[in-house]
Design a protein around this ligand. Structure first.
Ligand code: AMP
Length: 397
């Protein structure tokens, strides 16, 4: 069944309950300050569409941080309400909780079209996908809209179970549309040659995606801390680099696959005697026992760039090193630069850290698509669907 989008739905006299991902980073010293508003900015198009299509009331749902089912003012959506009101140029009322009795009264009053429910994860029921909690949330609207791509891989009350109460009145927003259109260029017959670049810290998080990518890619370039378990599994010395036994076992298993020859590992490294200490160039695959790898070296950047040359589709998830430190960002920025110059390729960057890396490098607008959901985009590539998307498409009983 095709997914229904909210764009041209007449919402006159309808109350809409909509799930967004307003999980923005807050200033560590002042939790009333948002340090990056991108996630809210990404939601504005759908919010405006809903209001322009005549909605009587719009009830917004989101989580922020991990309050673990308890009220914690540090994770209040208050700064989000303030920012939204400023951007929309109208009142945004923040409810005391998602189950605040005043919400239903607000829905009958003429003033304030937009109501933001306080952090949905203040309720333990949300992450348990509790049916009764979903039903209570559903009572705020005649129509449900989900545009929270970043949480579409979660089976929670406000992203999954709530669909049971809307049947064909459940729609996706424009962010989900953009994400799915981009991801489908990777999932459904990617234009060949297709090259994937994976980095970051943990193999176990990405093992399933490696297995699903290997048959379709021409090359799989692995950098970042993820590379060391693979190097170790091949018998190279990785010194004190991040490298758990569990990850080495996973890497060993992957390297036994028929398609494992497509995996390209670092040929040199930027290492250090301590985490974030003075950089040392290691111009070979083996590292001495007293150093840890913190970035791929210049030879590797060049080899990875050669493997990328001529690619028509590129997927990148995870940095090539500890890019937050200037001494160890050249590998990540080098890969970002190569992608930025590939004008004839479809380049998709996903994963929180690689997204901040392309932003820091000032190259985000040179990518074909920068995904707003790291975990969600990887899971979509692995499974070709996500619980939140499946529920919108087929509904749930
Ligand atoms: P992930 O969430 O798995 O994408 O991992 C991202 C994190 O991995 C970033 O904070 C990087 O600093 C870190 N990282 C990448 N490469 C290395 C490395 N060689 N050693 C330590 N940390 C790394």
């Amino acid at each position: 069944m095709a997914i229904q989008y909210i764009d041209s739905v007449d919402l006159t006299e309808k109350n809409v309950v909509a799930r967004f991902d307003f999980n923005v980073p807050l200033d560590k010293n002042d939790s009333s300050k948002i340090t990056d508003t991108t996630r809210i900015d990404n939601a504005l198009e759908t919010i405006r569409t809903i209001l322009d299509n005549g909605a009587q009331k719009l009830v917004l749902i989101s989580h922020l941080g991990r309050p673990k089912g308890k009220v914690n003012k540090k994770f209040s959506l208050e700064p989000v309400a303030t920012y939204l009101a400023e951007k929309l140029g109208e009142d945004v009322v923040l409810s005391e909780s998602c189950l605040d009795r005043g919400i239903k009264t607000l829905l009958t009053l003429n003033e304030s079209r937009v109501i933001l429910l306080e952090n949905v994860r203040f309720h333990a029921e949300e992450t348990k996908n509790d049916r009764d909690f979903a039903r209570k949330l559903s009572e705020y609207g005649d129509v449900y809209v989900n545009d929270a791509f970043g949480t579409a891989h979660r089976k929670h009350s406000s992203t999954f179970e709530i669909n049971a109460f809307f049947k064909r009145n459940a729609y996706a927003g424009s962010l989900i549309r953009k994400e799915l259109e981009a991801l489908d260029q990777i999932v459904e017959k990617p234009k060949s040659p297709f090259v994937a670049i994976l980095g970051g810290a943990k193999v176990s998080d990405k093992i399933k995606v490696i297995e699903s990518l290997l048959p379709t890619v021409s090359h799989l370039l692995i950098g970042g801390a993820m590379a060391y378990p693979f190097l170790k599994a091949k018998g190279y010395e990785v010194g004190t680099s991040l490298c758990s036994d569990e990850d080495v076992a996973l890497a060993t298993k992957i390297l036994k696959e028929k398609t494992a020859h497509k995996i390209e590992l670092p040929h040199d490294h930027i290492a250090s005697k301590e985490f974030g200490g003075e950089p040392i160039e290691v111009s070979q695959m083996n590292m001495s026992e007293d150093v840890m790898g913190l970035d791929i070296g210049p030879k590797t950047v060049q080899i990875f760039s050669e493997k990328l040359r001529g690619a028509k589709t590129v997927l990148w998830n995870g940095p090539m090193g500890m890019f937050e430190n200037d001494n160890y960002n050249k590998g990540t920025f080098g890969v970002a630069q190569t992608l930025a110059e590939m004008e004839n390729a479809f380049t998709l960057v996903g994963g929180g850290d690689s997204v901040s890396a392309v932003n820091q490098a000032g190259l985000a607008d040179k990518m074909s698509h920068v995904s707003t959901g790291g975990g969600a985009s990887l899971e979509y590539i692995e499974k070709s669907t996500l619980p939140g998307i499946h529920a919108l498409r087929f509904g749930i009983e």
